[in-house]
Ligand binder design. Structure first.
Ligand SMILES: NC(=O)c1ccc[n+]([C@@H]2O[C@H](COP(=O)([O-])OP(=O)(O)OC[C@H]3O[C@@H](n4cnc5c(N)ncnc54)[C@H](O)[C@@H]3O)[C@@H](O)[C@H]2O)c1
Length: 302
């Protein structure tokens, strides 16, 4: 039987490298395209080079992208600059990287007979939503350049699905966590930050009063949804990808059990975030399985 070939742009990053593990487990050959702006070689160095091939490529600049896509069955486009505050400081860089990068990847994939193209969109497209849980039909409210670039990428992906009949799916990720979540940097996600603070015995920094909530989804649940969707006949769809549960930052801090220190709130961050995942659950018969308590305990045990 022919082995499936999957391309992961941004495959040396947090989500991409976990996805690579899952795809290798189901027998795919994986090609990772990454420029290591935030990803690390060490995230995928545990794989046999015959199963996971790594190429240092900038998807927004490379003129030779097409050659990596030859014979591809599945494309997972995850490469992006992925932080809010730096996007406010440098919108042009975010636009070139995330929007032009997505266009280049779509053009390279368009020439191949791929079975599915998956795009990593973001729940940041809902801004400060009014309705909870927030569904795919709710209002788009782009609060910062990061959200704009991710949403423009999604628009391109969906246009390529209708105009060029590409088998495209866009997933709007909520707050993803799990192994290899970045623990460094000023703007790392809350669970990554709490992990590094716990390991270095520092107080957990809580933004504002800590009563704000987020929808945290474990990266293994996310990868399982990807795998179910590539096996399905679904195309030209947009799905929320979250746990469907909201957890406050104070609750997360309680699971970590550390001392706490409150810091100033940051612009553009919503008070509440909660995904309506009914559409995805119904279409692929999937549901998230990892509770936030066990997901964090596993991270602490690593
Ligand atoms: N982590 C989350 O909670 C979350 C939420 C919503 C959306 N997303 C999206 O999911 C995707 C993956 O996020 P992540 O958390 O794994 O972030 P990450 O920073 O760990 O991964 C992004 C990867 O893309 C690579 N990359 C960036 N620009 C590139 C370029 N021009 N060429 C080649 N490689 C490039 C980076 O080096 C990195 O390996 C991103 O598109 C992000 O916008 C993530």
């Amino acid at each position: 039987m022919r082995v499936s070939k999957s391309i992961i742009t941004g495959g040396a990053g947090f989500i991409g490298s976990n996805l690579a593990d899952h795809l290798v487990r189901i027998g795919h050959k994986v090609v990772v395209l990454d420029n290591f702006v935030s990803g690390k070689k060490s995230n995928i160095s545990h794989h046999n080079k015959k199963k996971v091939k790594l190429f240092k490529i900038d998807i927004s600049k490379s003129k030779k992208l097409e050659k990596y896509f030859r014979g591809a069955d599945y494309v997972f486009h995850l490469a992006a600059l992925a932080q809010i505050i730096p996007s406010i400081k440098n919108p042009k860089k975010y636009f070139m990287n995330n929007v032009k990068g997505t266009l280049n990847v779509l053009e390279a994939a368009k020439k191949e007979k791929i079975k599915k193209f998956i795009y990593a969109a973001s729940s940041s497209c809902y801004g400060n939503p009014k309705k909870f849980p927030t569904s795919e039909k709710d209002k788009i409210d782009l609060k910062h350049p990061y959200a704009v670039t991710k949403f423009m990428g999604e628009e391109l992906v969906m246009k390529y699905a209708t105009v060029y009949k590409m088998p495209n799916i866009s997933f709007r990720f909520f707050n993803v966590y799990g192994p290899r979540l970045s623990t460094s940097g000023q703007y790392s996600a809350v669970i990554g930050k709490f992990l590094s603070q716990t390991k270095s015995k520092k107080a957990l920094t809580i933004v504002g009063d800590g009563k704000q909530t987020r929808d945290f989804i474990h990266v293994d649940d996310l990868a399982n949804a990807f795998i179910k969707v590539i096996k399905s006949k679904l195309v030209n769809k947009i799905y929320n990808l979250g746990s469907g549960k909201s957890t406050s930052i104070n609750t997360i801090a309680k699971i970590f059990k550390g001392k706490r220190r409150h810091i100033a709130i940051r612009p553009g961050e919503p008070r509440t975030s909660l995904a309506n995942i009914t559409k995805l659950k119904k279409d692929i018969n999937w549901k998230p399985k990892i509770s936030i308590q066990s997901g964090i305990k596993n991270l602490l045990d690593c």
